[in-house]
Design a protein around this ligand. Structure first.
Ligand SMILES: *[C@@H]1O[C@H](CO)[C@@H](O)[C@H](O)[C@H]1NC(C)=O
Ligand SMILES: *[C@@H]1O[C@H](CO)[C@@H](O)[C@H](O)[C@H]1NC(C)=O
Length: 298
């Protein structure tokens, strides 16, 4: 009888312990978040408590920035421990009047920087159990309006030249691509360079080589962000007439000349022939010579 009671007690104790840590308290977070550079970012986490733990009191909350998902320590950003709240400047609880009864432990980053991109871990200890959760923030910044210019400044038809396209202030690394007016891509003839400034934002520069004789009237440079979305484009006019139009212009000149020359030749030979007929009547075969000369002239 006594041993049965002991067994029941042990069983209950095990159950309560198991339920306490696994079921009573659980932190739930939005695991992937997007933050705009220079704006506020929210990493949302809320502590869910079971019916029996409704009155749970928070003893400890730590928000850390990790260098990788496996990072065990990380850099503490917001720490609530022993009834005291410590914050790194620029980071705070999203709830302005947060206290230890508030289960919304979301983190607010007040001025999102490139270095905020990465992994975060929120750890919570309450009087009814503990829980922790990993989440990520993807920082993005829009690329600036493009500028395109040429070297030399004025493009000359029979000389090589280069178009230069620039965009800056974007994140993550994007790409610059070139198209002609018929939307054929020329990126293969270009070289792109990406450099990161101190604030981590990217500066993109692309150089497109234009070869003499194969330069189109217009080129469009477009900046694409890391997920392949077009953010801006700029069309540069070289003021070079299109190569195909160039050719047909000469052809049409030639046609004009034929239009004048051919009738002249036909009329001329007819007149000479007529003259010969007259001459044959008067002086006989002497005309054959004249006819030959006139055909040779044509
Ligand atoms: C947590 O608090 C923040 C800031 O007040 C709010 O934007 C967010 O919606 C809250 N989340 C939940 C689940 O209540
Ligand atoms: C990329 O551009 C598209 C279209 O403009 C936009 O919807 C998306 O949020 C951008 N993504 C990033 C990572 O900047």
């Amino acid at each position: 009888m006594a041993s049965g009671g002991t067994l029941l007690f042990i069983f209950t104790a095990i159950c309560v312990t198991a339920v306490k840590s696994d079921e009573f308290v659980k932190i739930e977070c939005k695991t992937t978040n997007v933050g705009d550079y220079g704006q506020q970012s929210l990493l949302e986490c809320v502590i869910k408590t079971a019916e029996l733990a409704q009155d749970a009191t928070i003893r400890l909350v730590i928000w850390r920035k990790l260098t990788s998902p496996e990072d065990e320590d990380g850099l503490p950003l917001v720490v609530f421990a022993k009834d005291k709240l410590n914050k790194k400047s620029g980071y705070r609880f999203a709830e302005p009047l947060w206290d230890k009864k508030n289960m919304n432990v979301s983190l607010l980053i007040t001025n999102t920087a490139v270095e905020d991109d990465g992994y975060y871990k929120c750890t919570v200890i309450t009087d009814r159990g503990d829980s922790s959760m990993l989440n990520t923030l993807k920082v993005q910044a829009r690329y600036s309006i493009l500028t395109v210019y040429s070297i030399p400044e004025k493009i000359v038809p029979n000389k090589d030249s280069t178009l230069i396209c620039e965009s800056h202030g974007g994140y993550p690394r994007g790409t610059l691509r070139w198209f002609d007016e018929e939307n054929h891509e020329w990126t293969g003839s270009s070289e792109m360079e990406a450099t990161q400034s101190d604030d981590g934002l990217f500066q993109l520069t692309s150089r497109l080589s234009l070869l003499r004789g194969s330069t189109f009237p217009k080129y469009t440079c477009a900046v694409f962000n890391a997920s392949g979305g077009k953010e801006d484009e700029f069309t540069f006019e070289t003021n070079i007439p299109p190569p195909s139009l160039h050719g047909s212009e000469e052809d049409s000149n030639r046609v004009e000349i034929y239009k004048i020359v051919v009738p002249l030749v036909v009329i001329g030979s007819l007149m000479v022939g007529l003259l010969c007929v007259l001459l044959i009547y008067r002086w006989g075969s002497h005309c054959e010579y004249t006819l030959l000369v006139s055909y040779l002239m044509i």
